[in-house]
Design a binder for this molecule. Structure first.
Ligand code: CDP
Length: 205
């Protein structure tokens, strides 16, 4: 079984997906982490997202992606990248990487190579990558609520985070359309456990 959980930036996708995956006893897969890895590796190599050298550069890297239920981890050989990709600089650059079709295809190939069952989390898991998924969800929340949540994870002020989230929503709009059959959940009034329970209750038996 594949469950997809898509949604806008900082809508709680990772924490919700991890909770749902743990309840089901399966891994969760953060597709955003792969976009973030591509962004960090591009920055470190001094390559712009549209540089034709970027895709071969990514393909030559010893990148390892560990999609576990408790949290997803990224490695470049022996170096762990998991924390490095959660920075304001990567936040600011990731949408330009995600707009490149060849880089989306690089991420999608890695995702489609994984063996179900799993919970897949991102923007286009239920539409482009796993249209065959048995259950699809789409998380939303107001920009203010999302910025307040992310302010707990980032050292920036809430107003700056909110402005950056709105910019990213705008840039990510093309790949952020919910599947028509997705259950849309406004996470604003719900606790994390409330969102997880709503999803678990809606899963096919
Ligand atoms: O949690 P947050 O939405 O901030 O970040 P994320 O899920 O790690 O995604 C980071 C970025 O990757 C997004 O802003 C999108 O530009 C891109 N992304 C995408 O285009 N498609 C996906 N399936 C997942 C992420």
């Amino acid at each position: 079984m594949i469950v997809t959980i898509d949604g806008v930036a900082a809508s709680g996708k990772s924490s919700v997906s991890s909770g749902v995956a743990r309840a089901l006893g399966v891994p969760y897969v953060s597709s955003g982490l792969l976009y973030r890895a591509a962004t960090l590796l591009a920055h470190e190599a001094g390559l712009a997202p549209h540089d034709p050298a970027l895709l071969p550069h990514l393909e030559a890297q010893p990148l390892r992606f560990e999609p576990l239920a408790g949290g997803n981890r990224l490695w470049l050989g022996e170096r762990e990248l998991t924390a490095d990709v959660q920075s304001a600089a990567v936040d600011a650059g990731v949408s330009a990487v995600a707009a490149r079709p060849e880089l989306r295809a690089w991420v999608d190939r890695r995702l489609r190579a994984l063996t179900p069952p799993f919970v897949a989390e991102g923007r286009d898991m239920g539409t482009a990558v796993f249209p065959q998924a048995q259950a699809k969800f789409y998380l939303t929340a107001s920009a203010r609520v999302r910025a307040q949540r992310r302010a707990a994870e980032r050292p920036e002020a809430v107003d700056e985070i909110e402005a950056a989230l709105l910019r990213r929503d705008e840039h990510d709009r093309a790949q952020s359309v919910p599947a028509p059959e997705a259950h849309v959940i406004d996470t604003g009034p719900l606790t994390l456990q409330g969102v997880i329970d709503t999803i678990l209750a809606a899963l096919p038996q």
